[in-house]
Design a protein around this ligand. Sequence first.
Ligand SMILES: Cc1cc2nc3c(=O)[nH]c(=O)nc-3n(C[C@H](O)[C@H](O)[C@H](O)COP(=O)(O)O)c2cc1C
Length: 323
Amino acid sequence: MLTIGSLQLANRIISAPMAGVTDRAFRDLAREFGCGLTFSEMISDMGLCYTQQRTLRLADVSEEDGPVAVQIFGSDPETMGRGAAILVGLGAAIIDINMGCPTPKIVKNREGAALLTDLHLARSIIREVKAAVSLPVTVKMRKGWHDDEHTYIELGGIAEEEGAAAVTLHPRSRSQFFSGQAEWSAIKILKQQLAIPVIGNGDIMSASDACRMLEETNCDAIMIGRGAMGNPFLFREAVALVEEGTIIEPATIEERIGIAIRHLDLACRYKGEMVGVREMRKHFSWYTRGMRGAARIRGDINRADSRDELVAAIMQLLGREGN
Ligand SMILES: Cc1cc2nc3c(=O)[nH]c(=O)nc-3n(C[C@H](O)[C@H](O)[C@H](O)COP(=O)(O)O)c2cc1C
């Protein structure tokens, strides 16, 4: 059993934070498929401190029935601390600090992966957030800014010294964005160096990848991002293989379509039909990836304006010969 600070997790499979993807509907499904911990999308410290309604809605996990690590991003230690305190009231189980986002509009504000280039500031942020909340505080980081940098070693040490309860490493540099391969050997090095739990992340696309990362790096838990987009079944498969050594049959076309519709209904319930449908179009493209006939219904998915139109689009794939 994995413990992060005072929080005991049911297993070692964690759903990654993904802006625009891991909203409440996604997290509900991730939990349904056995995930031990889910992450929110990244939340702006300024949005919290200036009580922007959209930010507060994004950050509110108080009604969810499993632990959610809520991720905050920013560059000012003081507002990061204040923002973190607000997240406690919104139901967070863990406060995670973003030190990995590579997007230009984030790093130009010295946020996200930019903190890899200013470890003094990174330390102050962890210290302020830690002082502001009594929940476990964690840090999610990349390997370094440039390809040949190994900043994670020093930053991991800083996080531990400042009382972080765990760190997650996505071992790509900021310059790489998502190109190349995640360098899992860096996760192994970090694990050897730290006493706090290390969560390994990057390029887990199957349950066997999850097992392989645990074996190769000795990390304490694994975090899955892109592999679960349109495929929450990966959580179920990874939990079964990692925790029980059991291989689960891949989801059938019927099940994939059924869960896509359930996901849509959850999104409509939480965000209203208009926003729910608009945001679910991309998820439907992911759910149908690789299905026979998927390319032909892509246009219907993108034109769908209502829940029923989106359902009708995907139902065209049911019962196709060879599915
Ligand atoms: C669409 C998208 C949005 C993301 N948003 C965030 C985010 O808000 N915070 C964060 O720390 N990482 C974010 N990430 C990075 C993932 O959490 C993860 O570290 C990365 O995708 C590598 O894991 P994977 O190979 O399993 O996808 C995002 C990734 C994607 C693809």
